[in-house]
Write a protein that binds this ligand. Structure first.
Ligand code: GTQ
Ligand code: FE2
Length: 353
């Protein structure tokens, strides 16, 4: 391959004139394309790095934050964000995704607000928290996936006697990068009541496989109207998928029950079950993802790194990094990625290695 030239003034015989020209261009806030190094490389220059966070560390620090830090107005959310060391101190797990662990103590309430970044929760431990999404109370239990789509009001309640910890993912870095992040505080709260009712979203759209209301309104939201995906359904589906597989690896994608699209326009959610001794074969894809080890134990390699995963551990796969996993025991993993964005823009590339 012929090396590209990057016409520095030194390369010219009429160096002084070229030098002067480059100065004049810069003075008018212009830059020549022909002097740009690294603008377009063969493969994307990727800043976020493969990284692993241990549940044991996060849990200890979250519990300590529960003792030290109140969550009244101002604090709002007791959240420790996964900070990818490749991103220069930004509180982001990957280039496009915010990932965090939220801790809500007994009888605490995280007050109402909304933002144009979309969010989702996947519950790791605890019980009894519910979240109010645009007025609809949605219970949260371990293994459940709960959505708070972009610009929906949300507040979290823990009316019980025990703390709860869950994983949050938001498309916040992506929304910030396109300068479209808006935020609004909500009305202050009312009562920290117990909720045992099933959410209206589940009553209307949670009927089960392929069963959706006939008389849906013409105007549909651009996200799943079903806001909670329950562990018992996820577990049962993974179990039957796995029983049909020879290779010991089953995966499902959470989808909008009305149209099969991803649950929200910017994030794809999936759940993976790998039988003891089985593998997720090496692969790579554009777009980044955050993985959460819900159960089991496994070894994963991401790019040049290798991580040993235990219950609750999280890791990030940057864009175009290879990923392969092998399970020591049966292992369940939740995954959130920015795949719908890449697909919508015609930028999805995937390959098995
Ligand atoms: O629970 O509403 O991890 O607004 C980051 C921002 C959680 C939330 C986060 C949020 C929330
Ligand atoms: Fe929020």
């Amino acid at each position: 391959m012929v090396a590209k030239r990057f016409f520095a003034p030194d390369e010219f015989e009429n160096k002084a004139e070229v030098d002067e020209f480059y100065k004049m261009v810069a003075e008018k806030d212009l830059q020549p394309l022909w002097t740009q190094k690294g603008l377009m490389l063969g493969e994307p220059p990727i800043r976020d790095i493969p990284f692993h966070w241990r549940w044991s560390d996060i849990k200890k620090l979250s519990e300590r934050s529960g003792e030290l830090i109140p969550i009244d107005r101002g604090g709002d959310r007791r959240v420790l964000s996964l900070t990818n060391p490749g991103l220069g101190g930004l509180p982001y797990a990957s280039t496009t995704l915010w990932g965090a662990i939220q801790y809500l103590g007994p009888r605490e309430v995280a007050p109402a607000h909304r933002h144009s970044a979309a969010a989702l929760r996947f519950v790791v431990e605890g019980s009894g928290v519910w979240t109010l999404v645009n007025g609809d109370p949605v219970a949260m239990e371990p293994g459940d996936l709960v959505l708070t789509p972009n610009w929906t009001w949300h507040e979290h309640h823990n009316p019980g006697d025990t703390p709860m910890m869950w994983f949050d993912a938001l498309d916040l870095p992506l929304i910030r990068s396109v300068d479209a992040l808006f935020y609004e505080d909500g009305p202050d709260l009312m009562v920290n009541r117990l909720v045992d009712a099933v959410s209206s979203s589940e009553l209307e759209f949670g009927g089960g496989a392929g069963l959706v209301p006939f008389d849906m309104e013409d105007e549909q939201p651009n996200h799943s109207p079903l806001l909670a995906f329950r562990w018992k359904d996820t577990d049962r589906t993974l179990e039957s998928l796995l029983s049909r597989r020879q290779d010991g690896y089953a995966a499902l994608r959470f989808s909008d029950p009305t149209n099969g699209k991803d649950v929200m326009p910017t994030m794809r959610c999936s759940m993976h079950r790998v039988a003891a001794g089985s593998e997720i074969s090496p692969r790579q894809t554009t777009g980044s993802s955050i993985w959460l080890t819900f159960a089991g134990s496994a070894r994963v390699s991401v790019g040049e790194s290798e991580f040993q995963l235990e219950h609750g551990d999280l890791f990030v796969v940057p864009s175009w990094a290879s990923m392969a996993l092998s399970a020591n025991e049966q292992t369940d993993l939740f995954c959130v990625s920015d795949a719908p964005v890449l697909e919508a823009l015609g930028l999805m590339r995937q390959r098995k290695l």
